[in-house]
Design a protein around this ligand. Structure first.
Ligand code: NAD
Ligand code: GLY
Length: 386
């Protein structure tokens, strides 16, 4: 099957790049870099972690060497807790030791953690190096690799320090998802459903159709099947198209915008999602799983406020149920969740905003002052304590 290409162009025309999606692509990554970079980079720094590099690093490195690049490799420790200042400092020192030049390029190979750290380091070293990305988790393919947000976590919050630095290109080989752990696949599908909820029936229905035709229980067994790989490519393409349609029109997530196409809508499900992660000390949920609950609570609130009908709420619940069991939430104290909203970083500045739904594909940004606390509490209870 041919690869698909999603063309991304910022509204102001300041940046454009292609996201190439397909399978059997890692072996061609050297050629991809040559055709993607306008500059003639001599050295490519691959930023990855031991696990991902062990699985896919040699294929990428061999291809780059064949294409005439010098390749240097930095492996960070695996885990969200390592997306921090220390790792950032080490990457910069690594660039320095290797006498990295402005004409060289950084290539992230891994999930969103690797991508966020590598992108951030690329954005500041020598005031900005060319950045390329080969995302290898479903979440990083459909979300974090597109749109230019980079970040590290700090003691005062997640993703607090970062930049906007658009990649020069993104290469997605869906076959890499074969080795992804089940919960990571499930968490990625939560984000795909999130895109469906805010993107419209066509996006949500395509996720539902994929899940009905290829149940997640047997996800890893389907990768010999060309038809399955084609469907996965189509799914990722649709998802990226949705994300691109939002981020290209509001690249920097303008603080002023509260319309239904503001980049803020990508945070649908995140108000409760972040709170759930925080009250469980980031130990119980994958981010996507917490967003899964967050979406359902936001939709429940929307229904209780009479802005969303029950059919749409039930559709969303049905599609979420197709991905399998989310972690248990009965023991979570609703009051703890309420308390933690106050610290949500999205609340800084102009009060806490909720992304609610008027329909599938019709998000509405609403100030928390407009939502009675009783409705928030009842909705949390309904979804978390069923
Ligand atoms: P992750 O990067 O931690 O990857 C999850 C796990 O899967 C890791 O253990 C990783 O080593 C492993 N892995 C990666 N690819 C694999 C593969 N193909 N086979 C087997 N194992 C593989 O997590 P993630 O969900 O990809 O990303 C989460 C991060 O993304 C968070 O830090 C979040 O803040 C960030 N994020 C950023 C944006 C953005 O716009 N920049 C958007 C959403 C999320
Ligand atoms: N994942 C949210 C954004 O890219 O804005």
């Amino acid at each position: 099957m041919e690869k698909k290409v999603c063309k991304i162009e910022l509204k102001d025309g300041s940046h454009r790049y292609d996201v190439e999606i397909g399978h059997n692509l890692l072996e061609k990554s050297g050629q991809w870099i040559i055709s993607t970079l306008a500059i003639e980079a001599k050295t490519i720094a691959i930023i990855s972690n031991g696990k991902v590099f062990g699985l896919y690093g040699e294929a990428v490195k061999t291809s780059l060497l064949k294409s005439g690049f010098k390749v240097i490799v930095f492996l960070m420790d695996d885990g969200e807790e390592f997306k921090n200042f220390e790792s950032f400092k080490r990457v910069l020192e690594f660039f320095g030791k290797n006498k990295f030049k402005r004409t060289d390029a950084v290539l992230a190979l891994g999930g969103g953690v690797v991508g966020d750290l590598a992108g951030f380091a690329a954005s500041v070293y020598l005031r900005g190096l060319a950045f390329l990305s080969i995302p290898t988790t479903l979440l990083s393919m459909i979300d974090s690799s597109v749109g230019g947000k980079t970040a590290i976590n700090t003691s005062f919050g997640k993703n607090i320090v970062g930049t906007f630095h658009q990649p020069k290109g993104v290469l997605i080989d869906v076959e890499t998802l074969k080795t992804l752990e089940e919960r990571e696949v499930l968490a990625g599908f939560c984000e795909a459903i999130k895109h469906g909820a805010i993107g419209g029936y066509h996006v949500l229905n395509s996720v539902e159709k994929f899940l009905l035709e290829s149940p997640l229980e047997s996800f890893a067994e389907n990768f010999e099947d060309e038809t399955f790989l084609g469907k996965l490519t189509d799914l990722v393409f649709d998802q990226i198209s949705l994300k691109a349609s939002v981020v290209t029109k509001d690249e920097k997530e303008s603080a002023k915008r509260t319309d239904s196409r503001s980049r803020k809508i990508l945070n649908f499900g995140h108000t409760v999602g972040h709170a759930l992660e925080k009250v469980t000390q980031y130990k119980q949920f994958k981010h996507g799983e917490a967003v899964g609950y967050g979406m359902l609570v936001a939709a429940e609130i929307s229904t209780r406020l009479d802005i969303l009908d029950n059919n749409s709420l039930n559709l969303l619940k049905r599609v979420v149920s197709l991905i399998g069991e989310l972690p248990e939430t009965n023991a979570i104290d609703v009051q703890d969740v309420l308390n933690s909203f106050a610290y949500d970083k999205k609340a800084l500045g102009d009060g806490l905003h909720w992304i609610l739904l008027e329909d599938i594909g019709k998000p509405k940004i609403v100030s928390s002052f407009e939502i009675p606390e009783s409705i928030i509490i009842e909705s949390l209870q309904e979804i978390l304590h069923k």
